[in-house]
Design a protein around this ligand. Structure first.
Ligand SMILES: [Zn+2]
Length: 102
């Protein structure tokens, strides 16, 4: 069992607060990956504008839950950039919340 950082504890509290089905149970490694994405500042520039060459859009399940169209990974997105990284396969895909606002 890995040690939880304060950031990870917050993510865990947030996840525990939601009433989710078994399909949304995340492993500790997945939560680590998610947290790394949330706190990785360097991605902002890369994600801050839509990339027309990329056609894939994450499926929106509501409540900020998204599914990657490439690997079917489901994760809860906290970012509001036009582009997102899948926490599992690291593919760059469009944020459906952003495209809906356009
Ligand atoms: Zn993926």
């Amino acid at each position: 069992m890995k040690e939880l950082t304060p950031d990870l504890s917050e993510v865990l509290d947030m996840l525990a607060f939601m009433e989710l089905g078994p399909e949304f149970q995340l492993t500790l490694d997945e939560i680590h990956a998610l947290s790394e994405r949330l706190i990785f500042e360097g991605e902002r520039d890369e994600l801050s504008r839509p990339i027309s060459e990329i056609k894939e859009v994450a499926s929106d399940l509501g409540e900020n839950w998204l599914i990657c169209p490439l690997c079917q990974e489901a994760w809860r997105n906290q970012l509001t950039y036009p582009m997102l990284f899948c926490p599992k396969c690291s593919a760059k895909i469009h944020n459906p919340a952003f495209t809906a606002r356009e």
